[in-house]
Design a protein around this ligand. Structure first.
Ligand code: URP
Ligand code: ZN
Ligand code: ZN
Length: 470
């Protein structure tokens, strides 16, 4: 018996909240799984040495799952800043116990080589559990054979980019064949939806007119460009029968385009990400630092006008939006975002992305649950359970006998403030600097092992495992 399987834990007086249930009970965990849920479990009935944690007054959630992160990411002439050690530690402090990372090979790269590279970065270095979406960036016989091999190794989802022309983006032939293979293998295809030609042309026009500041980023890829990408994906999914998942949906137009496809019978899921629910376009227009501060908020699709945010909250409440992820893509402000500093450079060279893996759960609780925009069940569903169901993480996202003992004891009375000075991500800034948080993950377990106690990381950065998927 290894050390892990001998750890046992009893959580008493917990108010257990899942995507469907809300009740008080004790939860006993051993051999990495939940083995008993009942009222009044006596410590004497548990294994010798069982740790007992009283959760009275707190909420007990299934470990949260972030189905869209980037940790190792060569992108736009630089590399994302986190390692699996820093990202997984930050995720856990924020209540996230499983990450699904996008593998993003360059167009000339071999899929299997990329898979081994990305897996090699996480294995033995992650504190939390993890899986991957396999990026498809080229299509030929060799790529197809290797994608089949990767699926047989347990990776049950692909990723395609309809944006990033000439870099990660796929053309229509590649998209069609990736979807056909996914349909054949029963694999979900996650997709970044924006029309890359429209973006390239608009960027060129803006630059020719001397518009180089970060705020032009949004103008270069407006809501209709995103909706066009979604409609395009829907047409291809309809023709191939593939199941698709639209990542980082930022606006009403894109959600409506997805719904039109769904109403025609397309199997599609809609993801939004925490920046779109909490930030709006005024952040990318911030004029500090000689007009460059908005670069901190440059991501794609861009952060939209406030009215889209209200629409997204409504769609989340209605569960039209299935999941809330982060699209964690961590670049420093100094030296990295600055690659696009005007006048010498321009907004098209600002590495896209916002570091956010640490604060998704607390921001969603503070701005969703605490304000009454969504209820606790929708919160758990969107931040954990639905991702587990869509991506085949069979033993995650639930609190049930037999499930992995990934648990979050959440203190809704805690008050905190976000700051780059105290966060665990490797970046030198936070897009939410100074924001107040209502609630915090006080204790977090991964397969029964306590990784966070009193909000502080106490785990080891080798505990995480590649999650088996069904
Ligand atoms: O701006 C973003 N979203 N950066 C990360 C790469 C991607 O498109 O997901
Ligand atoms: Zn994307
Ligand atoms: Zn992404």
């Amino acid at each position: 018996m290894n050390e892990e399987s001998t750890v046992s834990l009893l959580i008493t007086n917990a108010r257990i909240v899942t995507s469907t249930d809300d009740y008080i009970a004790d939860v006993y965990c051993e051999h990495e799984t939940i083995t008993r849920i009942a009222k009044g479990i006596s410590p004497a009935s548990c294994a010798a040495g069982t740790e007992v944690i009283d959760a009275n007054g707190k909420l007990l959630f299934p470990g949260f799952i972030d189905p869209h992160v980037h940790v190792y990411l060569p992108f736009m002439g630089t590399y994302a800043k986190d390692t699996w050690e820093t990202a997984s530690r930050a995720a856990l402090v924020g209540g996230t116990t499983t990450l699904i990372e996008m593998i993003c090979p360059g167009k000339g790269d071999e899929p299997l080589g990329a898979f081994d590279t990305w897996l090699g970065k996480a294995r033995g270095a992650s504190a939390c559990d993890f899986s991957f979406h396999m990026g498809v960036t080229r299509w030929d016989a060799q790529a197809e054979a290797q994608l089949r091999e990767i699926v047989s190794r347990g990776i049950r989802s692909f990723k395609v980019f309809l944006a990033y022309k000439g870099a990660l983006g796929v053309d229509d032939r590649e998209l069609y064949h990736a979807l056909k293979l996914a349909r054949e293998l029963g694999v979900v295809v996650t997709a970044h939806c924006e029309n890359e030609t429209l973006i390239a042309e608009k960027q060129a026009e803006l630059l020719a007119a001397g518009r180089r500041e970060p705020r032009w980023h949004e103008i270069s890829r407006p809501a209709s460009v995103e909706a066009a990408g979604v409609a395009h994906l829907m047409a291809f999914a309809e023709q191939t029968g593939a199941e698709v998942y639209i990542v980082h949906t930022s606006c009403e137009d894109a959600v409506l385009a997805a719904q039109r496809g769904i109403s025609r019978g397309v199997r599609a899921h809609i993801e939004t990400v925490i920046p779109y629910l909490t930030l709006d376009s005024t952040y990318a227009e911030k004029a500090g630092d000689n007009g460059f501060e908005g670069a901190k908020y440059v991501m794609s699709p861009p952060i939209r006008d406030r009215r889209h945010q209200d629409f997204l909250w409504d769609a989340l409440r209605a569960r039209t939006i299935a999941t809330v992820a982060t699209d964690h893509a961590p670049f420093d402000y100094k030296g990295q975002k600055e690659m696009g500093r005007f006048p010498g450079s321009d907004f098209t060279r600002i590495p896209n992305g916002i570091p956010s893996v640490e604060h998704r759960v607390d921001l969603l609780y503070t701005h969703g649950v605490a304000t009454g925009r969504i209820d606790l069940h929708t919160f758990v569903d969107a931040a954990s359970t639905r991702a587990a169901r869509i991506f085949g993480l069979k033993n995650k996202g639930i609190i049930a006998v037999g499930a992995d003992a990934d648990l979050v004891i959440y203190d809704p009375a805690h008050r905190g403030v976000i700051s780059a000075k105290t966060h665990h991500m490797a970046t030198d800034y936070s897009g939410w600097e100074g924001w107040e948080l209502k609630g915090r993950s006080s204790v977090v377990t991964v397969r029964g092992r306590v990784m966070v106690r009193d909000g502080r990381f106490v785990g080891d950065t080798k505990h995480g495992r590649l999650v088996p998927r069904s």
